[in-house]
Design a protein around this ligand. Structure first.
Ligand code: ADP
Length: 258
């Protein structure tokens, strides 16, 4: 997408020549497309739970729902309401990180500080302990005290999303292990699970917005399909690298080089 502007230049009716201005809009055009696609995805994802809320509320209001059904429908309304809330929170987070990325000056990382990866992992694990224990999942942290330069809030968010997924997509009695290692060049963070795994095909797509491997299966688990795109943005923001090793029915490993 290159735009040309051609202007003839005159001086006292004498033509001096032409000025050609060339603007490269390729990047901007790409961003515009991503934004457009994002907005249409957002409206679709928001409409689905809302339609269901309206439908069930109407059945209660008009008296079509009777007895036990009223309770059942109210609980669907509540679940869908929670999903909606989760979705909105994720969308806000995503656009905030995107905004920050645009504003960020790469040479001046003013929002970076010393972050102790180990103690921040303990905080996050503390929050997720309950859902792990409900599934009898063995949730473990291995590693050493490790400081990195990073945005603390974002690192918390990144850990939360990866560990929550590991628990969500691991059947009862499984194992989730968080490992912090020190390579000579990097600090390495691994989030490993013994869960359902991700096929090679889906591995290419899971970082896309709103992508879920199996919508019907994941829908009840507060899924938005936005968690990993938030992770991807945080990785890019810090210039970290992420890789994924996964096998169906054996488990997944998300590895981050910081
Ligand atoms: P969400 O979990 O809200 O659906 P994510 O963006 O976090 O959204 O993940 C996208 C999809 O990737 C999930 O729906 C799930 O199918 C798959 N996924 C993510 N993490 C794992 C994991 N640890 N094991 C298996 N599948 C996973």
């Amino acid at each position: 997408y290159i735009y040309f502007f051609i202007n003839k230049v005159f001086s006292e009716d004498k033509s001096l020549g032409v000025i050609i201005l060339m603007f490269d809009y390729t990047q901007k055009h790409k961003l515009d497309l991503i934004r457009k696609e994002f907005s249409s995805n957002v409206s679709h994802e928001l409409k689905t739970p809302l339609t269901s809320i309206n439908g069930y509320a109407e059945m209660i209001e008009t008296g079509i729902a009777k007895g036990e059904d009223i309770k059942k429908f109210a609980s669907i309304i509540r679940d869908e309401g929670l999903r909606l809330l989760e979705l909105i929170n994720s969308i806000i987070k995503l656009s905030k990180i995107e905004d920050d990325s645009y504003k960020r000056d790469f040479s001046y990382k003013k929002d970076f500080e010393d972050v102790n990866l180990y103690s921040i992992s303990i905080d996050v694990i503390e929050k997720l302990k309950l859902i792990a224990s409900e599934k009898n999942i063995d949730l473990k942290l291995i590693g050493s005290d490790q400081n990195i330069k990073a945005n603390k809030v974002m690192i918390k968010e990144l850990l939360y999303n990866l560990i929550e997924n590991a628990i969500k997509y691991t059947p009862n009695e499984g194992k989730v292990t968080i490992e912090i290692l020190n390579d000579s060049n990097f600090t390495v963070l691994k989030v490993k699970d013994t869960g359902i795994g991700i096929s090679k095909e889906d591995q290419k797509r899971i970082f896309e917005r709103f992508f879920m491997v199996d919508k019907s299966r994941t829908k009840n688990k507060n899924s938005t399909g936005l968690g990993l795109s938030i992770v991807k943005h945080i990785i890019e923001y810090h210039n970290f690298k992420i890789s994924l090793i996964s096998e169906i029915d054996r488990g997944s490993q998300f590895i981050i080089y910081m």
